[in-house]
Design a protein around this ligand. Structure first.
Ligand SMILES: [Cu+2]
Length: 64
């Protein structure tokens, strides 16, 4: 996604999750059940992220 994009995500689970950058404070959003939003970082990079509630949940976010 583009730098600074407002990203919409849909949590289809039955509990809240977070999208939290592994390092730094690039983004950290709690996503409750249903749609949620967070703002992508402005620095182009591939960011690793995780859910602070569930250690096995992780992914990457590419800003370019
Ligand atoms: Cu989670």
């Amino acid at each position: 996604m583009g730098p600074g994009t407002l990203v919409t995500v849909i949590n289809e689970d039955i509990e809240a999750h977070t999208i939290t950058a592994d390092t730094g404070a690039a983004f950290d959003a709690v996503i409750k059940v249903g749609p949620g939003t967070f703002t992508a970082p402005t620095e182009p990079e591939t960011y690793s992220y995780h859910c602070i509630f569930h250690g096995n949940m992780h992914g990457t976010l590419t800003v370019k």
